[in-house]
Design a protein around this ligand. Structure first.
Ligand code: LHQ
Length: 273
């Protein structure tokens, strides 16, 4: 059986335990807002750790059935805080200690994660958006694979996700040129799930998240897990794993409800169990 993401039963609705992000839960949706607007929500070690903590708590809380990651102010996230890197710093170690664990936490989360890209997503901020399951993009937002502009390679899983989302040639183009991608182009190349007008931003982001929060959460987790596994397994291995996944899905209350609703010609009411 494929490994499941790490879970934690602790549920927390308050944001008092965070300094660099805001965290709240409403209508089944956890809102994780990067909150360093003066620095365009650039990452620090503390922010990386707080994001990991909030994702872990969301993954383990029954009442959370979808997660939104978004930014305070005019940016989504500008990547590593460049005023917080010392000359001679071992960047490999920084990635292993700070970014790798954060990206793994996101990859292992079995609940749907939506990047609410409210403004520019640059460097590792772009990587964060790529690691999410959906990218809802404000019409005034943009993406920037900024790494090459400062002599670095795209990191935090950037090339892994980007090439899967937009294909090899486009991933190479964005990574080598380091130029801004507008919301419109992001939609055209499959990077944006949806582009939202500024006036409808909050309402549409909330509605999208609440819609997915009302779907069969266990099946969604399994779909995420098996799609990812399909890249690493032979077809023979995959079919074996898939059968086990479907066995588990078939034991959920939501499966029973889905079939009952179909038979009774009514809308299903899924509870995420
Ligand atoms: C910032 C930043 C920022 C600090 C804007 N840091 N202050 C991992 C491992 C270890 C080390 C290396 O990195 C990594 C991963 C990475 O993420 S590397 C890539 C790091 N990110 C970048 O290279 C992007 C840098 N930022 C930009 O290119 C621009 O700021 C963008 C395109 C994001 C936005 O441009 P504008 O809208 O023109 O805004 P701005 O440049 O005027 O920025 C506004 C303020 O935010 C400004 O501060 P100030 O005090 O002058 O108002 C910037 O200094 C600050 N800021 N990004 N990453």
């Amino acid at each position: 059986m494929l490994k499941k993401g790490s879970q934690n039963s602790q549920a927390d609705k308050g944001c008092s335990m965070y300094e660099t992000i805001k965290y709240s839960v409403e209508n089944g949706v956890a809102w994780l807002t990067l909150n360093r607007p003066d620095k365009l929500n650039a990452f620090t070690s503390q922010m990386n750790k707080e994001i990991q903590k909030a994702i872990k708590i969301s993954a383990g809380a029954d009442e959370v059935r979808a997660i939104i990651v978004t930014g305070e102010g005019r940016a989504f996230c500008s990547g590593q805080d460049l005023s917080d890197v010392d000359e001679g710093m071992n960047l490999g170690q920084k990635l292993r200690e700070d970014y790798g664990p954060m990206m793994e936490q996101i990859a292992n989360c079995e609940k749907p994660i939506i990047a609410g890209v409210n403004g520019v997503a640059a460097g590792a901020g772009f990587s964060l958006a790529l690691a999410c399951d959906f990218r809802l993009v404000s019409e005034k937002a943009s993406f920037l694979n900024a790494f090459v502009n400062i002599g670095l390679i795209p990191d935090s899983g950037n090339l892994y996700y980007l090439s899967r989302i937009v294909g090899h040639a486009k991933a190479l183009e964005l990574s080598l040129l380091g130029e801004k991608v507008t919301a419109g182009e992001a939609k055209n190349i499959g990077l944006a799930t949806k582009v939202i007008g500024v006036d409808e931003w909050n309402e549409h982001l909330k509605a999208f998240a609440e819609n997915i929060a009302n779907k069969p959460t266990k099946a969604i987790g399994l779909i995420k897990r098996y799609l990812e596994a399909s890249y690493h397994l032979s077809l023979e291995e995959y079919l074996k794993e898939e059968a086990e996944g479907q066995r588990i899905a078939g034991l959920t209350k939501d499966y029973a409800e889905g079939v009952a609703a179909f038979t009774e010609k009514r809308k299903a009411h899924f509870i995420g169990k």
